[in-house]
Design a binder for this molecule. Structure first.
Ligand code: 8YV
Length: 338
């Protein structure tokens, strides 16, 4: 295309993606790579047509009421769009796209890493060697963990990522259970060996591990709330590679502290006003494993996410339907809790 659209990118992207964007578009990057305030984004937009946003940008109704008329597309670098008020974006005449699929497998891998890390004492094993700078040696009762095989895994949200987790977990010998907005066809349930639960309360009280794989929308806020956490089996554990808002973190901490749950492995947790010190204390006591929102953080996924952003922008500018349009009806308006 002859027309080079003006594009603003709020965070730094892998070098190959930035280079390609610069050849295709009239691109500006936030070179400092710090999270921008709404005012800073609005000021930087000027006569920009495309905003490449990330999870650290809060694009709510107030934002869309203030954007310049030139803005036509918000191309989110990411799968989750809970930072964007989708309804307000479309009401302002904009289109929103995201980058699904390319991060599915890496995110599912991380769910397995976390699921194994706690019962097999991965972090603890490394830490004690670092601390002692030596090792007395093996004994038959040394560092006993718990077996994952044979346990029941309850997947909340059997979409792309949930399905990829089910495939992996089945290979690890877990029994797969799931709760989802949409029940999967019998052939897929059979292939995954997955049992569908129409009632989430019932499922959480029967499984050994609850793993969250649903987007954060107005319907899923604290879907694993205090009551459901209280219903979980003695010594069960929680895995979250989705969004912190899907669970009641205070209640989760309390249930681990009081010895009801064995622990939690979390890639996402509240950190905006500081990480909960009780959660960090549980991590220190090896009842919690924390990673820093890294589930999709492979170079390969980030490059493919960038390529997907580019594909969405080019289709849109050429007057075609972008392949990864996010529609308000399909998604359910994101709850703007931040
Ligand atoms: C990213 C994610 O870290 O895609 C998502 O929903 O949480 C991660 O892949 C982040 O969103 C990038 O904006």
């Amino acid at each position: 295309t002859a027309h080079k659209p003006k594009v603003l990118v709020t965070r730094r992207l892998p070098a190959s993606v930035e280079a390609r964007m610069e050849t295709l578009f009239d691109t500006r990057f936030n070179l400092a790579d710090n999270p921008l305030s709404q005012d800073e984004v609005i000021a930087a937009l000027a006569d920009t047509e495309v905003l490449v946003s990330s999870i650290t940008d809060r694009l709510d109704a107030d934002f869309f009421a203030r954007v310049p008329k030139s803005l036509r597309l918000v191309a989110q670098f990411g799968n989750g769009v809970d930072n964007i008020d989708i309804e307000a974006a479309y009401a302002a005449g904009l289109t929103v796209t995201n980058t699904p699929s390319v991060l599915t497998e890496d995110t599912a891998d991380m769910a397995m890493v976390l699921m194994l890390a706690l019962p097999r004492r991965l972090v603890e094993g490394t830490q004690l060697l670092i601390r002692d700078r030596g090792w007395e040696g093996w004994s038959p009762t040394w560092m006993l963990g718990r077996r994952l095989r044979g346990k029941a895994l309850g997947i909340v949200g059997m979409g792309r990522i949930g399905t990829a987790v089910a495939q992996r977990a089945r290979a690890f010998g877990l029994n797969i259970h799931y709760f989802s907005r949409n029940r999967r066809p019998p052939a897929i349930e059979e292939r995954l060996g997955a049992t569908y639960w129409p009632d989430l309360d019932a499922m959480v009280s029967e499984v050994d591990i609850v793993s969250l794989h649903t987007p954060y929308t107005r319907d899923t806020y604290q879907i694993l709330g205090a009551e459901r956490l209280a219903r979980m089996k003695q010594d069960a554990m929680v895995v979250n590679v989705s969004r912190p808002e899907l669970l009641d973190e205070e209640a989760l901490v309390a249930e681990i502290e009081n010895g009801h749950l064995s622990g939690a492995a979390l890639d996402v947790f509240e950190y905006r006003s500081g990480i909960n010190p009780r959660l960090l204390a549980l991590a220190e006591a090896n009842k919690v494993v924390l990673t820093a929102h890294m589930a999709s953080a492979t170079l390969e996924a980030r490059v493919e996410m960038g390529e997907t952003v580019i594909v969405n922008i080019r289709a849109f500018i050429d007057g075609h339907q972008p392949p990864h349009r996010v529609l308000p009806e399909a998604h359910g308006q994101a709850r703007m809790a931040r």
